[in-house]
Write a protein that binds this ligand. Structure first.
Ligand SMILES: NC(=O)C1=CN([C@@H]2O[C@H](COP(=O)(O)OP(=O)(O)OC[C@H]3O[C@@H](n4cnc5c(N)ncnc54)[C@H](OP(=O)(O)O)[C@@H]3O)[C@@H](O)[C@H]2O)C=CC1
Ligand SMILES: [Fe+3]
Length: 472
């Protein structure tokens, strides 16, 4: 592809009195991101020009047939071909690449899609977008698209509408970028002024946004149950190490899952208690409760993940060998050649206990899966508020109750005969979930829930109190 001298000048895009320059977009760069955006733009009826340092050497058609209609020109020409220019260049090369063509940036909307190189940007307060804006003050710089991958832009037409965050100081320019975003099948979300672009760039650097604390909590809960299980099932029994990887680990993982599930629902219960004590919803929750409330989704998903592992491990080893009390056995007496009588089991059937434990586990897993799926963005977006609350609150609590019953059925009768109840993992791992279920039950009683609903509706017990104090 060479320099396209026959390209119409920008003004020629005004047709029938209408300015159709929105139809032509310039992209500077011919790399992965530039090609992905060009493909999507062409699919949506845009005419695209790509500016390259080496236009003669770039043949975009060899990547995808769609790109045969994309002209590759010099950077200078590309800048002059559209009002909206997307800078798909490496972050560090943007200013130096455009500086020789400063004239061409005047009056243009420059869309910065870049993400910083983490190491180079450490301690640097200014975002890429702000640096570009400073270097080219006669252009309107808009930050957008940086939170999407080239792959998602090029191929992901099916998994729901993705958000594209837009930040910039020029409202008209931001509006044009939002229109473009919408036109190619994304949902534009105005993120604020250009100063917010640093947050957008940081967003992309975060590997585990919102997940660090829930993962640490999961690790701590797992460690507590692991150490207890190690002592209870291996050390105390004088070394039963070959059962550690599956049988003991299954109980440890199951206990971790039910604890996390309880922690997920306990936060909401405590929030209700705090609101009753405060007598108003206009008082902030204490910091620890606020943070806890915000990690409920992650805690629930981690509980679901571990519950699934527990279920698979159960399938792998639940048998009459490990759990004889869950089975009825049919035996026959066989006489050996030397006349001795040997009792031989010929058939095992799950008894009532075994059937109830397994079926309650399946029910809990099923409801928990629905709750987990409904919390994922693509699905949650499609639910009405009422549907979402029904699944998260009612089905969620039902899954916790089913889980508690599952463990109770498995462990409860044993407690009665156990001299030291606190050594029973089934008993210990039920304490927090049972307290949570009881708390939620009390909060669901008509006069209590009515009182909370009143508070959540804006009613204040002491309406004359002023000003409302906040927790720090
Ligand atoms: N790839 C992705 O999934 C995502 C990328 N981004 C951002 O998009 C921008 C482009 O990324 P991507 O397309 O993956 O990168 P590539 O390395 O694939 O492409 C960059 C293009 O920029 C041009 N370029 C101009 N000057 C230079 C230079 N000095 N050094 C290297 N290339 C130069 C090159 O085109 P030519 O040789 O034709 O001039 C090159 O093809 C980056 O800022 C990145 O942070 C953001 C989100 C996701
Ligand atoms: Fe279980």
């Amino acid at each position: 592809m060479g320099e396209e001298t026959e390209l119409a000048p920008l003004d020629a895009t005004k047709e029938n009195g209408h300015n159709t320059d929105r139809e032509r977009i310039s992209i500077i760069g011919t790399g992965n991101f530039a090609r992905a955006l060009a493909t999507r733009l062409v699919h949506n009826g845009y005419s695209v020009v790509c500016g390259s340092r080496f236009p003669d050497r770039r043949d975009l058609a060899k990547y995808d047939d769609t790109l045969t209609v994309v002209r590759v020109t010099s950077i200078d020409t590309a800048l002059n071909q559209a009002n909206l220019v997307i800078l798909a260049l490496p972050a560090d090369a943007i200013v130096s690449t455009l500086t020789p063509f400063r004239e061409g940036t005047v009056g243009k909307i420059l869309v910065d899609v870049s993400n910083p190189d983490e190491k180079k940007r450490e301690g640097q307060a200014e975002s890429n977008a702000e640096s570009i804006s400073k270097a080219f003050p006669d252009a309107a710089v808009v930050k957008a698209f940086n939170t999407l991958s080239a792959y998602a832009i090029e191929f992901d037409y099916t998994s729901g509408v993705r958000n594209v965050y837009v930040a910039g100081d020029d409202e008209a320019a931001c509006g044009k970028v939002r229109d473009l975003t919408r036109a190619i099948g994304f949902t534009p979300v105005q993120f604020g002024r250009l100063s917010k672009s640093a947050a957008l760039e940081a967003m992309q650097q975060e590997l585990m946004a919102n997940w660090t604390a829930p993962l640490v909590i999961t690790g701590v809960v797992f460690l507590v149950w692991f150490l207890f299980g190690l002592w209870r099932f291996q050390i105390k029994r004088g070394g039963d190490w070959e059962r550690l990887p599956l049988k003991s680990m299954n109980k440890i993982i199951g206990s971790t899952a039910i604890t996390l599930l309880a922690l997920c629902f306990l936060a909401g219960g405590l929030a209700g208690v705090v609101q009753i004590i405060n007598g108003t919803k206009y008082k902030r929750f204490p910091g620890w409760l606020d943070r806890w409330m915000k990690m409920r989704k992650e805690l629930g998903l981690l509980a679901l993940c571990l519950a699934a592992v527990h279920a698979v491990m159960c399938l792998a080893h639940v048998s009459p060998i490990y759990y004889p009390k869950w089975y009825d056995v049919t035996t026959v007496i066989v006489r050996t050649v030397d006349g001795a009588e040997v009792v031989v089991p010929i058939r095992y059937d799950h008894n009532w206990k075994g059937q109830c434990i397994m079926s309650m586990g399946v029910v809990a897993m099923c409801f928990l899966t629905i709750v987990g799926l409904a919390s994922l963005p693509g699905i949650a977006d499609r639910l009405t508020m009422r549907q979402w609350r029904f699944i998260q609150s009612y089905l969620g609590q039902f899954s916790l109750v089913a889980t508690v019953v599952h463990v109770l059925l498995k462990a409860a009768p044993k407690w009665v005969s156990m001299s030291v109840i606190v050594q029973n993992m089934g008993f210990l791992c039920l304490i927090v979930p049972t307290l949570t279920v009881l708390l939620r039950f009390v909060l669901a009683l008509p006069f209590v829930s009515g009182y909370i609903e009143k508070i959540r509706g804006g009613w204040e017990r002491n309406a004359s109190r002023e000003p409302t104090q906040t927790y720090m």
